[in-house]
Write a protein that binds this ligand. Structure first.
Ligand SMILES: [Zn+2]
Length: 78
């Protein structure tokens, strides 16, 4: 099991909750691997459920399905 911490990801536009996520490492959040999303408050469409802002794009990173975060659209709290 790798080292991770649970972070909370919020919409920058309206402060709505998006994900709780198991983040590995201390760098800037640039992607969320789907299998590390612990709680998903969205409708699964990569948009804020409250204000509709798109905050990520579907992608593959190192062969794993991931959501690529659009910088500036979210902020994070530990
Ligand atoms: Zn929002």
């Amino acid at each position: 099991m790798s080292n991770f911490k649970t972070i909370k990801i919020y919409c920058s536009g309206c402060n709505g909750r998006l994900y709780e996520y198991h983040k590995v490492g201390s760098g800037l959040l640039v992607k969320c691997y789907k299998d590390r999303i612990k709680e998903d408050y969205t409708r699964g469409d990569l948009r804020c459920p409250a204000c509709g802002t798109a905050f990520a794009r579907e992608g593959m990173i190192r062969g794993k399905p991931a959501h690529k975060i659009i910088q500036g659209k979210v902020y994070v709290k530990s």
